[in-house]
Design a protein around this ligand. Sequence first.
Ligand code: GLN
Length: 541
Amino acid sequence: MARFIFITGGVVSSLGKGLASASLGALLQSRGYSVRLRKLDPYLNVDPGTMSPIQHGEVFVTNDGAETDLDLGHYERFTSVDSRRGDNVTSGRIYSDLIAKERRGDYLGGTVQVIPHVTDLIKAFILNDTQDTDFILCEIGGTVGDIEALPFFEAIRQLGNDLGRDKSIFVHLTLVPYLNAAKELKTKPTQHSVKELRSIGIQPNVLLCRCEYEIPISERRKIGLFCNIPENNVIQALDTDTIYRVPVNYHREGLDNAILRHFNLPNEEEPDLSKWDEITDIVTNPKGEVNIAIVGKYTSLTDAYKSIIEALDHAGIANNRKVNLQWVNSRQFVSDEKSDELKDIHAILVPGGFGEGGAEGKIAAVEYARKNNIPYFGICFGMQMAVLETARNIAGIKDASSSEFRPSENPVIGLMKEWQSDDGVQTRDTNSDLGGTMRLGAYPCELKKGSMVRKIYAQDNISERHRHRYEVNINYKNKLEKAGLKFSGLSPDGLLPEIVERPNHPWFIGVQFHPEFQSRPFAPHPLFKSFVAAAIKHKEG
Ligand code: GLN
């Protein structure tokens, strides 16, 4: 039976619980155990799919088509375990299932209550599909004390009892701030956070203390004493220069040892963490730098592009370069050959996006890249804008538009009404719900013989993750190809354009899917790797 690690956070949000969980997962893997990571989000949306990326950051899409929290991206990147729909749940999902059951009459005669009905559903979610895994790491979103998170805390408290000490452990991530005025590290917020957790019945077994400065042993002893935790289970989590150092640092501080000790598992043998050291070395001593512009409209919160940033980082590592990102707000960007914003740029990427705002700026960025032979990578909306640019500026379809913006005589990008998925034929129209109804998850794509992408992937068939409602309209294929934009990847039935490229440009590729979701530090995505190589070539000649 699996062992369960419950990870909670206290004091403040944004402590990096997702990365901490992912790092612990990677450490347990290095000890030879299988892991699966799960995220429980207390907010009331059924999933993050309808939330603005500026509020919540990127929506991470799984192979099986779930729209999930961006922490699942950290889990996948650090452990290489593909997440599934069952690895992320929200209060909204739990309550919507609960109300559906109530209406069906499943609780007939009973009063439906948070305890036990909501907590039972949360427990069932946590325990589902866990048989073949050694460790299930369950991260609770938010911070202890949040009102909406209470049912989740209660559920894991109950599970602690149900499973027993030898099958469950509670890890709490806190902050030990440094007060500049007093020149001191402060342990009181951690003490209060643990007190809060204990007041709802949870005694943490391990504390992971985020800090900017080393926590002296005397202070760790004090934290242990006040929080009722053995001193060597008070683990320091010092800020690092790169995220790839985190697993090694946690190991050095004894995190995986503390977990294994708790479960009476052997911990004498040193795990091999050399692969983490190797990428840390490259990241901290790159051979050079390259500048890439990201032209998007969610640039005020870069978490909106988390997986793209990470995928560029992986590609930088693969090319032994540091990738500097220049954020360009597409709402303000206007076409200008002498644009200052793109002066020292070696490649341009237009990421995914929704709605008409900023679209003209993105089309201007495509035109700039095309005319100046600057490597261009269009992802999802970025591909659609590349297609509109060719349609308007070369193919002579002046009013070419997307039906996402408004009805048009020339919907070069159109609403897809019907397509085949694993669950049968899916249909949509303009009145359909917006939540969870896009073309979501992994779909196959066939690559054209002789194309650039076929060479880059070194494969003729690929599978990539999707998240979009609109498609390039296949009826315009001939006109666009005559204008120099080749359709180099199509769905197996030949109806959905998946990839376009410009053979007469050094590197110009647009993809309807999101390759960034499959990039890993130890397996960089071929398109990103090739794109960064093209940027280096553009810079260094
Ligand atoms: N808004 C576009 C669509 O729905 C693109 C979506 C995206 O970039 N993920 O098709």
